[in-house]
Design a protein around this ligand. Structure first.
Ligand SMILES: [Zn+2]
Length: 309
């Protein structure tokens, strides 16, 4: 079954141009398209948000002559409606959304975290930041292997899984030392980080000193990843010129595993995961410049703040 449910963009009037009802239903059946199928797919999370996918089906009436008179039909053709948008927050899948509006539970820890068989710029690979879910880790190894075998490029994993508590410390430390605006631009609040999913990793290369900088995007490694990551199920989660949608600055080093099907779709359409689910960041730039996303009166924050002041 096709998993992508395309919005049905052909206006009802076009159905009158020579398409009888029997032809209509015959076409739907023979193509095994899910248009008109009222039964929701029980496991697929790949539902295209209404109004965001390209309407590639519009060309289907090309062979109808403009001089052919419309054939009246006794019963108006049904007007299919786009599939309702459902934001996937099911953490048992690989396609779920995490952003400021859709946080993870404090207690969420991915099952079976394991260290992928890839290079890291540090020696102790038993630590949290070397770990991912088994599926994401195996895909990462295939991505890194392909970079080497296809292009002679060596990639390194820099930082993958991060617990809620660790993210709290990072966010709170940034807040205490670098201010609200900088922190919200670059650092996810606890529960809002994709690193807590075990599906995301920051990557780099030797010429970048294994660092996480914008310049990674211009290295052969960064360019190769941007053009090929989707083949292995990864997306560049925070693309350039999408800051107003993701709510974060451009991060060419941060990739997120969503599986090859959705990754390919997002690569082809240029959509971010937030746009795909119709759930862009709604917090204004002004709000993010002035508002901490944790309770700065809590003792847990104040104890970190006092270390620096
Ligand atoms: Zn990251």
């Amino acid at each position: 079954m096709k998993k992508f449910l395309r919005p049905f963009a052909v206006p009802a009037v076009l159905w009158a141009l020579g398409f009888g009802l029997s032809l209509l239903f015959g076409a739907c059946d023979s193509s095994s398209d899910t248009l008109g199928d009222d039964t929701p797919a029980p496991t697929s999370s790949l539902e295209i948000p209404a109004g965001t996918a390209p309407s590639t089906d519009i060309g289907t009436n090309e062979t109808v002559s403009p001089t052919d008179p419309p054939t009246p039909t006794a019963t108006p053709a049904p007007t299919p409606t786009p599939t309702p948008l459902v934001v996937n927050t099911d953490t048992s899948t690989v396609t779920f959304l995490v952003n400021r509006e859709y946080p993870l539970p404090d207690s969420f820890v991915p099952a079976d975290l394991t260290t992928p068989d890839v290079l890291f710029p540090f020696s102790d690979t038993s630590i949290d930041k070397a770990k991912m879910t088994p599926e994401a880790g195996e895909a990462l190894a295939r991505l890194f292997d392909a970079a080497y075998t296809e292009a002679g490029l060596t990639l390194y994993g820099v930082s993958a899984y991060r617990s809620y508590a660790r993210q709290y410390t990072i966010y709170a430390t940034n807040l205490a030392t670098r201010g609200i605006a900088h922190t919200n631009r670059y650092s996810a609040a606890p529960g809002r980080s994709e690193h807590q999913t075990g599906l995301a990793i920051d990557i780099s290369c030797a010429s970048e000193g294994y660092g996480l900088e914008d310049t990674f995007a211009d290295t052969p490694e960064g360019i190769w990843v941007s053009e090929n990551a989707h083949r292995f199920g990864f997306i560049l989660r925070y693309p350039k010129d999408k800051e107003h949608i993701t709510g974060y600055n451009y991060e060419p080093w941060h990739i997120r595993y969503v599986g090859t099907e959705l990754a390919g779709h997002l690569y082809e359409t240029g959509l971010t995961l937030d746009e795909y689910y119709g759930a862009p960041s709604t917090l204004s730039a002004e709000y993010l410049e002035t508002t901490p996303l944790i309770d700065t009166t809590a003792e847990s924050y104040l104890s970190i703040y006092r270390q620096y002041h």
